[in-house]
Ligand binder design. Structure first.
Ligand code: NAD
Ligand code: ZN
Length: 410
């Protein structure tokens, strides 16, 4: 049992979905050319809505918030504060020295995609918009295919310091953010999760505009021993599975007894789940493995770089310290992944499908850009200009050489 065993799982997936790519490319081209007209056309085609005006007035957002129960309002406010405090604490700070500085500035205008095709995601609003607001972004534009006059997504947008909201979704919304239309001005970066069309569109527009990452179907790797609460672990597996039929769980334990114990709870409880049909389907993607060697376990985790890792084990602290690549690591009984979805603080917008090996969860620093400031004094210059001249000469760049040399002679 080692990381090699998992290669098969990851290489056999259809990451290149030719038909959908062509479809998304033609939507993007159309929006580039025909702007608002194209947005209206695709909104009618895919969402079945005739839209004259897709800008949502702030009163609509406010109404949605005002009409929530006190309990719901308080929940959104508390979650917003948790996210903001956490993001503030990890925000990069300028480095300033006599001859070098490194300074950070917020992006000017960003777009957040809030999924809304089949479910509402007020948590995603807060997880994307609050980090941007903490970074100091002035123009936070949200797009979402959410059309009801009042809904919890609008309520979250109301308290999240979002400055503009448009009811467009899918690849057409991503294209509008990337290239601009008569109604929606172009942004500098697009963030947030969405379905495959949204993900493919983000991939296509990258380069013309920044993106955060390509987040695919959700996944969790659980490492559990017999000190864990098997019923709670069964619910952790359901929580992952109910997201989407493509979601998956990697359940790992040192012995078959543990896996059997959890499986018993899964079998006992599954029929009583409201989303049992989705759960049942996504459980087919699960992989249950016995790993009794700690080094192999860590190799597998680092290879998969799971979106979520949950360790519920006697040695959970020690094991967690060796993990290098993961979207987020949840340690122990009181850090279930579900608390991370809503309220722990770090964003739930996380890299999936091994992309955690080179990218990270959305955070405040994704909304900052930075540059170096070089302000050398004469002494430093004289110490290093000789080396620079030598290389400039070797490269045959004479003007570079002279630019350096002339200052040495003075
Ligand atoms: N990783 C995360 O943090 C996270 C959080 C929340 C949601 N999600 C994911 O976001 C996704 C939400 O998907 P959704 O579909 O509900 O909403 P969505 O808003 O992502 O997509 C809806 C849009 O898809 C477009 N579309 C639908 N069918 C199309 C077709 N045949 N061709 C072209 N475009 C088409 C439509 O324009 C529609 O507006 C889910 O996969 C969910 O798991 C992820
Ligand atoms: Zn979840």
């Amino acid at each position: 049992m080692n990381a090699e065993t998992f290669k098969q799982i990851f290489t056999s997936e259809d990451s290149t979905d030719k038909e959908n790519i062509d479809n998304v490319l033609s939507i993007i081209e159309d929006v580039k050319q025909n702007k608002d007209e194209a947005l209206k056309k695709y909104t009618a085609q895919f969402d079945g809505r005739e839209l004259d005006n897709f800008k949502v007035p702030v009163e609509k957002l406010k109404n949605s918030f005002d009409n929530l129960s006190e309990e719901e309002k308080n929940a959104l406010v508390l979650i917003k504060k948790r996210i903001a405090d956490y993001q503030q604490s990890i925000k990069y700070k300028d480095f300033e020295d006599r001859e070098f500085s490194y300074v950070y500035h917020p992006l000017e205008r960003i777009g957040i995609y809030i999924p809304g095709g089949t479910a509402l995601y007020p948590s995603s609003v807060l997880m994307s918009a609050v980090p941007a607001a903490v970074a100091g972004v002035e123009n936070i534009v949200a797009v979402t295919p959410t059309f009801d006059d009042e809904n919890i997504t609008f309520a979250a947008l109301y308290i999240a310091d979002v400055t503009e909201v448009y009811t467009v979704g899918g690849a057409q919304a991503v294209a509008a953010l990337a290239y601009g239309t008569e109604t929606i001005a172009k942004v500098d970066k697009i963030v947030g999760p969405g379905n495959r069309y949204v993900a493919l569109a983000k991939k296509q527009v990258f380069g013309d505009v920044g993106i955060d990452m390509i987040a695919g179907p959700s996944e969790i790797l659980l490492y559990v021993d017999n000190s864990a609460d098997y019923t709670a672990v069964a619910y952790d597996i359901f929580a992952q599975a109910e997201h989407d039929v493509n979601a998956r769980t990697f359940l790992m334990a040192e012995s078959q007894d543990v896996i059997d114990g959890i499986q018993l709870e899964v079998d006992r409880l599954i029929d009583s789940q409201r989303r049992a049909d989705v759960i049942q389907k996504s459980l087919e993607n699960n992989h249950y493995q016995i790993i009794d060697n700690r080094k192999e376990l860590i190799d597998v985790i680092n290879f998969i770089a799971p979106e979520h890792v949950s360790i519920q084990h006697r040695d959970e602290q020690e094991i967690s310290r060796d993990i290098r690549y993961a979207g987020a690591v949840f340690i122990g009984k009181y850090s279930p992944e579900a608390i991370g979805d809503y309220a722990a603080g770090p964003s739930h917008v996380l890299p999936t499908n091994q992309t955690g090996r080179f990218s990270h969860g959305l955070n405040v620093n994704d909304f900052l850009t930075s540059h170096a400031v070089i302000n050398l004094k004469e002494g430093t210059y004289s110490n290093i200009a000789g080396a620079a001249k030598t290389i400039a000469k070797k490269e045959g760049l004479d003007a570079h050489y002279e630019s350096l040399n002339i200052r040495m002679e003075q």
